[in-house]
Design a protein. Structure first.
Length: 129
């Protein structure tokens, strides 16, 4: 899989969060029409085989209603790290909204956070990393 779509209400607000708050790279921002852009962000470092997110501005009431609810309130995305404590500290400093305190599970050190659109993410460091 190379990319997943994340429905947002505003391209620039989404770019600001993913690039400036989470530290992702803006891979592409191409104007397609007066109201539509092709916006792709990805965790750094971006590699040819890495996954990315297509930020898609909602078009119409049905898509707008799905913002932040694409998985029915479950964690939607998983951001893997090999430096959990450092990344968590940076995210706290950058104002990321956390839903809980970090916890140790049998599979990973993990914490749930929410993006500005209501999507829940896991920041996780698998055991052994």
């Amino acid at each position: 899989m190379s990319a997943v779509t994340l429905v947002v209400d505003d391209y620039d607000r989404a770019i600001d969060f993913y690039v400036n708050t989470l530290g992702f790279e803006l891979v592409e921002d191409t104007k397609l029409s007066e109201t539509k852009r092709w916006v792709v962000v990805a965790p750094k470092p971006v590699r040819a085989a890495s996954s990315s997110i297509l930020l898609a501005k909602a078009d119409g009431d049905a898509q707008t209603a799905c913002i932040g609810q694409q998985t029915g309130g479950r964690v939607s995305f998983f951001l893997r790290t090999d430096q959990f404590d450092e990344d968590y500290a940076v995210m706290v400093k950058n104002g990321v909204k956390f839903m809980e305190e970090p916890r140790d599970e049998v599979y990973a050190k993990v914490v749930v956070f929410e993006d500005p659109f209501g999507n829940q993410w896991d920041l996780l460091q698998p055991k052994g990393n």
